[in-house]
Design a protein around this ligand. Structure first.
Ligand SMILES: Nc1ncnc2c1ncn2[C@@H]1O[C@H](COP(=O)(O)OP(=O)(O)O)[C@@H](O)[C@H]1O
Ligand SMILES: [Mg+2]
Length: 319
């Protein structure tokens, strides 16, 4: 089997890791990005496509496809769910991620503390962040300090998700659920730097939350223990609701307030770009493996072990 992905997001991370573990690799790449990926020595892996959804029509039977954020954004969860791609991870989770109600059900079932949600603007009793339905990348969101301000900013014909605005530090933690080693590994933490919410100066009340990049974060060890348990509970919560596990990488997206309460507002059931800062290894992956171990390589190591154990199918869900 080969390892493949589309040329964006964390493709350098994924493909370099697969090569390091001895896999043949495929990088589905648009012509405009060929030169960039060639400059990293990945020219031989490139299969050119004009648009990423062309991969649905290619013969990919011998390719284990690694989904990442752009993968979902470009091809769409619907098409991916219906496809017969050999997708590493649990495709079903894409649905839970996209749907606001399923998303918060899963976080609650996992025992995670979530920001208070308001079904109606009339119930608002805290500062809030108002998220337009269907909007992504934090665009089209706004904040309001109270009920009156929120109502004055809302369009009565629009559907919104209204959440308590949690003041604190954003913390994104990535995990790896290894079926081969039967353990959850906490891989690394980062802060997503978002414009212009993270800018020092801004002259309006409509911050945008578009991610610019990621900053490394090493948590207090006592805090890391809490996250470790949250990761375990998250996988258990999903197993309880869905009956199947979450193989491989996933991320829990949180804000810690001044009382050190950890609020989870989102998750990603796949590799996140925050792992790109941990090439060649994170502090934790180094301690776990005693060698260079970045997320792309971690994925390939797991796949290699599963193939050796004739258990690859367990990691391509649903069956
Ligand atoms: N409840 C909240 N309190 C404070 N900030 C929040 C809250 N929810 C989201 N944010 C901020 O808004 C950003 C985008 O929200 P998110 O729910 O992740 O939307 P998207 O689906 O667009 O990624 C987050 O990265 C975070 O900075
Ligand atoms: Mg988000």
């Amino acid at each position: 089997m080969k390892i493949g992905t589309i040329a964006s997001h964390s493709a350098l991370n994924i493909v370099s890791g697969a090569k390091a573990e001895g896999f043949d690799t495929v990088l589905y790449c648009q012509p405009k990005r060929r030169e960039f990926y060639e400059s990293f020595g990945l020219g031989k892996s490139i299969v050119e496509v004009e648009s990423f959804d062309e991969i649905l029509d290619l013969d990919t039977e011998d390719v284990i496809m690694i989904p990442h954020g752009s993968f979902v954004a470009y091809i769409g969860a619907d098409k991916i769910l219906k496809s017969d791609l050999n997708l590493y991870g649990n495709k079903e989770l894409l649905k839970w991620e996209e749907d606001r109600e399923l998303k918060s059900r899963l976080m609650k079932e996992s025992g995670l503390r979530v920001p208070k949600e308001f079904d109606s603007a009339d119930d608002i009793d805290t500062p809030v962040i108002v998220k337009t339905y269907g909007a992504a990348g934090g665009e089209g969101y706004f904040i309001a300090k109270d009920k009156e301000e929120a109502i004055s900013k809302m369009d009565p014909d629009e559907k919104y998700g209204i959440q308590q605005y949690v003041v604190g530090t954003k913390v994104f933690v990535t995990y790896f659920n290894s079926l081969s080693k039967e353990r959850i590994e906490v891989f690394g933490a980062d802060i997503r730097y978002e414009t212009d919410a993270d800018a020092n100066l801004r002259f309006d009340e409509k911050p945008s939350f578009v991610v610019i990049g990621n900053l490394p974060l090493v948590l207090r060890e006592s805090t890391l223990v809490r996250y470790f348990n949250m990761g375990k509970n998250f996988v258990r919560g999903f197993e309880k609701l869905n009956g199947e596990t979450i193989p491989g990488p996933f991320c829990i997206e949180t804000i810690i307030d001044r009382e050190q309460n950890i609020y989870t507002f989102e998750f990603s059931g796949r590799i996140v770009a925050g792992t790109n800062i941990w090439i060649p290894h994170s502090p934790y992956s180094y301690l776990q493996f005693g060698e260079k171990m970045w997320m792309g390589k971690r994925i390939a190591r797991e796949l290699k072990e599963l193939i050796e154990d004739d258990a690859l199918e367990d990691a391509l869900l649903p069956k």
